[in-house]
Design a protein around this ligand. Structure first.
Ligand code: NAP
Length: 430
């Protein structure tokens, strides 16, 4: 028997488990610090993107196979160490994602009202770590920093009416606070131009169909139309959306302005954020942003930085600080220790990108561990956790938590999520 532990039960973890579980004589434990599985699917993917979230049914199929076990509410680093896991299992795969924000390194970034997208996204998605965030939504202006899909998610969620959240699983506290929001002007600040965005066409196109909000692009920021021919097809489609926003300005009560060539250089305010100082940029030959010295201010009572994520380091595990991920050679970190998904590659790619990654790492693990080294595996972990008074949440427990969430759903919504670990545990009588 070979024993594999996967730390993290998000997409990368499940795609790895999906391939591993097809092998003979294997037992796979998926350890998660939360009592609920699915990682980014539950707490990262936007609540109004239910078709993307539906992939969790596929992961459920993996979780319900005989040789896969969910070990929830067990924190690696606190309840069990990486060294202990490596001692117990033939292979340990870190699928811990990249849940920390890349720091916004400008003056004033520590003012109240400046938050990272991990916190804001976690807040509207019911991540227990961010349920108490209480983002300031009382001012008309919001600055969203970054030109990726997360910036789009954040702007769209801020702009939607309560009715537009029908059928979503946005949590009650976010639904209520957004319904009372005074936000009217959302600025998406990109330090480069329309041809350098990291936004995909479907997500960008959605901004053109919001009930009370309209996207605005300054035609002067767009490169000559002929230049679009040089773009790869997806990017060309995205830029076509931007051209359409520029050509067809629509007057709706909420505006979403794309500020291109706009680099935030300082955040100012008396005791809380009131404005972002933005420096206009131009591009150099290598398409990097270059400051021009010309600045302007964007009024904002809330600044959300969507500039990418980092994997939290784990003591003793080699780490690449510049790239915010574990130091690894194609997924191998140290003998018996692997990483997959964002923890391996850094925070790029969609949910589906993790599938080939998971398959590759699983195949590598199977090749490396052979028939196994007679390690203790599951029974060893169970004994260790029991000796520490730690009772894991099982997949059957999770299904009871999920049933309670589904039962609490409002009309048309798939579920009403619990937003604290205590409430999740209470649902299973703990
Ligand atoms: P991202 O795609 O890497 O975009 C980060 C953005 O932040 C870039 O526009 C980058 O600009 C900008 N940026 C970085 N540092 C900055 C700084 N110091 N000042 C100003 N701007 C800065 O990251 P993301 O939006 O967090 O998304 C992460 C991954 O998740 C992506 O692969 C994304 O496609 C995926 N995702 C997908 C979906 C979906 O499919 N619906 C939804 C959400 C996220 P430069 O280009 O100039 O560096």
């Amino acid at each position: 028997m070979r024993h594999v532990a996967i730390v993290g039960s998000g997409p990368a973890g499940y795609y790895t488990a999906e391939t591993l579980q097809k092998a003979d004589d294997i037992a796979i434990d998926m350890i998660d610090r939360l009592p609920v599985p699915y990682g980014l699917i539950r707490t990262g993917v936007a609540p109004d993107h239910q078709s993307i979230k539906a992939v969790s049914r596929r992961y459920e199929g993996v979780a319900l196979t005989d040789n896969v076990r969910f070990v929830g509410h067990v924190a690696v680093g606190t309840d069990v160490t990486i060294d202990e896991l490596v001692g117990l299992y033939d292979a340990v795969v870190l699928a811990t994602g990249a849940p920390n924000d890349r720091p916004l390194d400008i003056a004033g970034a520590d003012l109240p009202g400046v938050i990272g997208s991990a916190a804001f996204v976690g807040w509207y998605n019911g991540h227990p770590d961010f349920a108490a965030l209480d983002p300031p939504l009382g001012a008309a202006g919001v600055a969203v920093i970054g030109n990726g899909n997360v910036a789009l998610d954040v702007a769209r969620i801020l702009a939607k009416t309560p009715q537009e959240f029908a059928g979503s699983d946005i949590v009650a506290h976010a639904r209520d606070q957004l319904a009372a929001s005074a936000v009217r002007h959302i600025h998406i600040l990109g330090r480069r131009g329309p041809h350098q965005i990291a936004m995909t066409p479907k997500e960008l196109g959605e901004l053109g169909h919001l009930d009370r909000a309209s996207p605005r692009v300054d035609p002067a920021d767009l490169p000559p139309e002929g230049d679009d021919a040089l773009l790869e097809p997806g990017m060309r489609k995205s830029v076509t959306h931007l051209r359409s926003f520029a050509a067809n300005p629509v007057a709706k009560p909420v505006t979403i302005d794309f500020d291109f060539f706009a680099m935030p250089v300082a955040i100012e305010g008396e005791g809380k954020v009131q404005r972002v100082v933005v420096e206009r940029t131009t591009l150099d030959d290598e398409l990097r942003s270059v400051p021009t010295g010309e600045t302007y201010a964007v009024d904002a009572g809330l600044v959300i930085s969507c500039i990418g994520y980092q994997t939290p380091p784990i003591p003793g595990v080699p780490y690449e600080h510049g790239r915010g991920r574990f130091a690894n050679d194609e997924g191998r970190i140290l003998p018996g220790l692997y990483c997959v998904g964002w923890a391996r590659r850094g925070p790029s790619g969609t949910i589906g990108t993790n599938k080939p990654d998971g398959i590759r790492i699983a195949e590598m693990v199977l090749e490396d561990v052979g028939r196994g080294a007679g390690k203790a595996g599951r029974p060893g972990l169970d004994a260790l956790l029991a000796s520490r008074g730690v009772t894991p949440v099982t997949f059957a427990d999770w299904r009871r938590i999920e049933a309670a969430e589904v039962a609490a759903a409002l009309d048309g919504n798939p579920r009403e999520k619990f937003t604290s670990v205590e409430a999740m545990l209470a649902a299973i009588g703990r």
